[in-house]
Design a binder for this molecule. Structure first.
Ligand code: AMP
Length: 117
């Protein structure tokens, strides 16, 4: 595990090399709007540290993990989602993960059905 991977799309967004609509930034995390939103609010919260998925994030240390969730919570509140929102980590190809830098989807602003597809 390295701090940053120059071939990783989300590392390049974090570095400011690829533009994104950034909504929050902390010492440990960056949050930006999903380019293909699945709900009125669809934000991705990513740890600055390059880890492939949520499982690796859990091993990386409590600080990074806690900051991702605290950032997500602040975004949900700022976006007016206190009445309900969903947080999703797709983990691995079979779960639909397509970008292999851990990211927490924060989705809200419409009714969200269950179970997911
Ligand atoms: P996942 O399928 O869980 O790996 O989610 C990857 C997400 O990244 C998808 O929802 C994509 O729409 C989103 N995405 C891909 N490229 C970009 C980008 N350049 N800026 C913002 N979101 C992106």
């Amino acid at each position: 595990m390295s701090a940053s991977d120059p071939s990783c799309l989300f590392c390049r967004i974090i570095a400011g090399e690829i533009p994104a609509s950034v909504v929050a930034s902390t010492e440990l995390s960056v949050a930006f709007r999903d380019v293909n939103p699945q709900a009125p609010t669809h934000v991705l919260v990513v740890p600055r540290r390059h880890v492939a998925n949520a499982a690796e994030l859990a091993e990386a240390g409590a600080e990074d993990l806690a900051d991702v969730f605290a950032t997500a919570r602040a975004i949900a509140h700022a976006e007016g989602l206190d009445d309900g929102y969903r947080m999703v980590f797709n983990t691995g190809p079979r779960a639909g993960q397509t970008v292999f830098h851990a990211h927490l989807h924060v989705l809200g602003g419409r009714d969200l059905s269950w179970p997911p597809g």
